[in-house]
Write a protein that binds this ligand. Structure first.
Ligand code: FES
Length: 375
């Protein structure tokens, strides 16, 4: 390998040099010796070359179809919650897997297409290069640009319109799939696929007919209905409860009430001494029943279940990002990233049965979701 430094061309000579000349000069200036620089397809138009081109195009096409598929799934696939064992369950439950499968296939298609193109059409030269210190001179910059352009030229991308078009289509569709995340919410009507147009504006605690909605204990058995009365909780303890209406005492409605994400409520029986010092939220002064307070279990930060109640400090804790809510101050956040209080459910006791019931739905947003906001 020669290590002699070639003579630098003048500006005028540089301007006159062809791309081939610049490539050779660049290699020399960098102390690079091109040991092998074979043309991947020395005989043009062979069957093998066409087969390779079609293979690359096929992967870009797969990427394009999958990218458009992702957009289609995102915009049109039904995505509302449907209880297991009910009609259409399979279709609804496939929404998320279909999003993953289509976007994944699109990214994979672009990746494999690019890899195959590089493997089949970009020259695989063998070069030996001397390393040197310092920044690049103007000559170096121009020659490296020429080398890159030459590599593109030798890979024959300019005349492979099938590959260029399918690569553009595949990458474009994949980009569209990624972009739909940002724009989809502006296009897709979030109410269109819910059972009732306004179901995102209330929780399962709202009684559509005015029938009483009782507090049902979470026993682990979806078919077992155990209502809660004031004698059921020890002081300083909590109970997770869900809505129950007598007219909905069937398998589907019972399961659904347990699974609706904004239904879980934490019923707290405070110690009498603590209950006496509770500061109540404005407009919610009568939402409690004696020492009993009911708050949503859905954290106002990102919606994790706020399942921990520390009896000694009267704090409700969210395990996800350590937000803490003070039960002595209407469950307002006092630590962590949450900025809104936990929604409080107004409760009372049914005179006839002695069980707790919800006097109405929540009157404020539950959890962090935008769609739950009422104003
Ligand atoms: S979801 Fe509760 S603190 Fe983040």
């Amino acid at each position: 390998m020669s290590t002699d430094k070639p003579e630098l061309p003048t500006d005028a000579e540089l301007a006159e040099m062809s791309r081939d000349d610049l490539v050779k000069l660049g290699a020399k200036l960098d102390g690079v010796e091109l040991v092998e620089y074979p043309d991947p397809w020395p005989v043009k138009g062979t069957r093998a070359e066409k087969r390779a081109e079609r293979l690359v195009a096929l992967w870009f096409l797969i990427a394009a179809i999958a990218g458009f598929g992702f957009v289609g799934v995102f915009l049109f696939w039904p995505s509302a919650y449907v209880a297991p064992n009910t009609e259409g369950y399979l279709m609804y439950s496939l929404f998320t897997p279909m999003l993953g499968a289509t976007l994944g296939l699109s990214v994979l298609g672009v990746g494999i297409g690019a890899l195959l193109y590089t493997k089949k059409f970009v020259p695989h030269e063998v070069a030996v290069q001397q390393r040197h210190d310092g920044g690049s001179s103007e000559v170096d910059k121009q020659t490296i640009l020429a080398e890159l352009a030459d590599a593109g030229n030798r890979s024959t991308i300019a005349r492979r319109s099938l590959i260029k078009r399918t690569a553009g289509l595949g990458a474009g569709a994949m980009g569209l799939g990624v972009g739909v995340f940002a724009l989809g919410g502006l296009v897709r009507d979030p109410w269109a696929q819910t059972e009732s147009k306004d179901s995102l504006w209330h929780t399962g605690w709202m009684s559509p007919t005015g029938e009483r909605t009782f507090l049902r204990r979470a026993t682990g058995n979806p078919h077992e209905v155990v209502l809660v009365s004031p004698n059921d909780l020890d002081t300083g303890s909590i109970e997770t409860v869900f809505p129950f209406r007598k007219s909905e005492d069937d398998h589907e409605a019972l399961s659904k009430a347990l699974k609706r994400s904004d239904n879980p409520v934490m019923l707290i029986r405070m110690r009498p001494a603590d209950a006496a010092q509770v500061v109540k939220a404005q407009g919610q002064e009568d939402f409690n029943y004696g020492d009993y307070y009911a708050y949503t279990k859905i954290c106002s930060h990102l919606g994790c279940p706020t399942s921990l109640y520390e009896q000694r400090t009267n704090r409700i804790l969210c395990p996800c990002h350590q937000s803490q809510f003070d039960a002595l101050q209407y469950a307002k956040p006092i630590f962590g990233p949450a900025t809104r209080k936990l929604a409080q459910l107004p409760i009372a006791v049914d005179e006839e049965t002695g069980y707790f019931y919800a006097r109405s739905d929540f009157i404020e947003p539950v959890g962090p979701a935008f769609w739950e906001r009422r104003s």
